[in-house]
Write a new protein. Structure first.
Length: 303
């Protein structure tokens, strides 16, 4: 696989768990993907927008301040409808894979937001860069063959079950958007978790442990899937539930809705592991935390 990007973990990328925040893994992958796609003639212009439709991430190793990183990647498959890439974020000094990615892209007309066919010469160029998905890049707990946007729970059902995690808010000009007001897909995290918390949904970054230490939830896998673009002026609300809970891990799903049209915008799925901050290792979820997250356990919402 070709090297698409060289970068470094800087202090501003570190989160409450003391390692690089998951959003920077994806940011580096997107930058690498744009470089690869541009090399085969696929890029946004004044009329056409390149859209990241689906992004899967499998995290392997935490990365700390100062770590030198590389993004390498190739093409999994290509057609006039979409191009799907495989990428790895590597720490070459430690000779380890930090994360693996499967990313799907297509083209849309900026004005109509309708999909546009990818040119045949671009598809052929992409097929010259085909790589095989390795075992360490395959999902463990998230099914990539499932379309989480196909049959989501309705807005009414999510409200009925009290699963709102944020208050209703309007997408304003604080988020990056194009001339048509379409918000970049890179902002899904802010769209889901930004704004004012819903009652009882305050974020708890760390939990105390009996030995005086602290724990948080570290991300193992994520998938972001878009049903339609988010736009400035949309009145949005996000909802979340746990779909599966094990001794150390839990699988959660979040739905972002346009509340005026009761229209799904995006779905974010994540597998987290309970993580001891001091010992830097996975631990069994403490009972007090398990009791709280079990209140949001709705396995039937997984589709």
């Amino acid at each position: 696989m070709d090297v698409l990007l060289k970068t470094q973990v800087t202090p501003d990328q570190i989160d409450h768990l003391g390692h690089m925040n998951v959003r920077f893994y994806s940011a580096h992958a997107r930058t690498g993907a744009e470089s690869l796609l541009a090399s085969i003639g696929l890029a946004s212009d004044e009329r056409i927008a390149l859209v990241g439709r689906d992004v899967y991430v499998r995290h392997h190793r935490e990365q700390l301040v100062g770590a030198q990183l590389e993004v390498r990647g190739g093409v999994l498959d290509a057609s006039p409808d979409r191009i799907r890439l495989y990428e790895e974020l590597l720490n070459p000094e430690a000779d380890e894979v930090a994360a693996a990615f499967v990313l799907s892209f297509d083209l849309v007309d900026r004005s109509s937001q309708q999909r546009v066919a990818i040119e045949g010469k671009v598809v052929e160029a992409a097929r010259d860069l085909v790589v095989v998905l390795p075992d360490h890049g395959r999902p463990r707990s998230i099914d990539l063959d499932e379309d989480p946007t196909a049959q989501p729970p309705s807005l009414d059902l999510l409200r009925e079950r009290g699963l709102a995690i944020r208050q209703v808010r309007v997408i304003d000009d604080t988020l990056e958007a194009d001339d048509e007001g379409v918000v970049s897909s890179a902002w899904l995290g802010e769209l889901v978790w930004g704004g004012e918390p819903a009652p009882g949904a305050d974020f708890r970054p760390l939990e105390p442990l009996p030995d005086g230490g602290s724990m948080g939830f570290a991300t193992m896998e994520t998938r972001a899937a878009w049903a339609r673009p988010a736009r400035r002026g949309d009145r949005i609300q996000s909802f979340g539930a746990e779909l599966d809970i094990h001794s150390k891990t839990m699988l959660s799903r979040f739905w972002l809705y346009d509340v005026d049209g009761a229209e799904l915008i995006a779905v974010f799925t994540v597998v987290n592991v309970a993580f001891d901050i001091s010992a830097r290792r996975a631990i069994v979820i403490p009972d007090v935390v398990r009791d709280r997250i079990t209140r949001r356990y709705h396995p039937d919402l997984g589709g």
